[in-house]
Design a protein around this ligand. Structure first.
Ligand code: NDP
Length: 253
């Protein structure tokens, strides 16, 4: 019996990377999962098929985040998918995972790039939480994906790190607001974690990235997905407003 049987979950940006691994992990625990994507329709459908092959339940929802009407579009698809499958629009678990990296030096960052990073990484999670709270019963779970870059310096990613600093404020302040509803909200900070970036195909680069972790390897999406899944369960009911270091010891220095 899965620990999330009867629960519903939305994982933003779950067509790839950690979001994908998280969607699969939550579904394996019994949750019905909304697999959110923007451009990766086929990839999202593949996540749904993988979950269903495993005996789980999922459906795909498209919405581009960081543009006008994004949250409205997301919840139209989400509520339709939930209603069709459960008869209600109740959402128990929200994972704000979708994000974009900067990769631009501070001196070259334009106001437009800065606004885009904020719109996708920080503004969208705030308004998704605001909207999700209408659907979330007592005992719900909100998990926001931050980054170890809020604690270690990387001059190539100043604007990006600023957005993740903002994301961490969500857990601190919403935790107090939502405590009376027994809703927990926490930040999970991954370190360097394998995704579709071509850098992960270059062994020397991977070796350099691995050396940053106490375990001398880069993170796998499942490493982070397992932490998120724990926070989504009843076992984590006493943790709220927290910052969880899921960097594989990178922050130890
Ligand atoms: P990926 O780059 O592999 O995937 C990003 C996901 O987000 C995709 O599903 C993508 O959808 C979705 N997405 C991107 N932009 C938008 C948008 N504007 N609107 C809606 N969806 C969008 O992600 P990672 O697994 O690398 O990262 C996941 C999270 O972890 C992010 O928040 C990232 O900042 C954070 N993080 C990542 C680290 C890493 O080393 N990978 C380290 C620390 C933090 P689609 O493909 O369908 O367009």
């Amino acid at each position: 019996m899965g620990r999330l049987n009867g629960k519903t979950a939305l994982v933003t940006g779950s067509s790839r990377g950690m979001g994908r691994a998280t969607a699969i992990r939550l579904a394996r625990e019994g949750a019905l999962v909304a697999v959110h994507y923007t451009n990766g329709k086929e990839a999202a459908e593949d996540v749904v098929a993988t979950i269903e092959k495993d005996g789980g339940r999922a459906f795909a929802v498209r919405a581009e985040l960081g543009v006008t009407g994004d949250v409205h579009e997301l919840f139209l698809g989400l509520e339709r998918g939930l209603k069709d499958r459960t008869g209600t629009t109740e959402l128990n678990i929200l994972v704000n995972n979708a994000g974009v990296m900067g990769g631009v030096a501070a001196e070259d960052t334009t106001p437009e790039q800065f606004d885009r990073l904020y719109a996708v990484n920080a503004k969208a999670p705030f308004f998704i939480i605001q909207r999700a709270l209408k659907n979330m019963p007592n005992g719900g779970r909100i998990i926001n994906i931050s980054s170890g870059l809020t604690k270690v310096a990387n001059p190539e990613e100043i604007a990006y790190a600023m957005t993740k600093g903002a994301v961490e404020q969500l857990a601190l302040h919403f935790a107090k607001l939502l405590g009376p509803r027994n809703i927990t909200i926490n930040s999970v900070a991954p370190g360097i974690t394998r995704n579709g970036n071509p850098a992960f195909d270059i062994p020397e680069v991977v070796d350099q990235m691995a050396a940053l972790s106490a375990f001398n390897r880069v993170g796998e999406p499942q490493d982070v997905a397992d932490v998120v899944a724990f926070l989504a369960t009843d076992d984590a009911r006493w943790i709220t407003g927290a910052f969880l270091d899921a960097t594989g010891g990178t922050l130890l220095g």
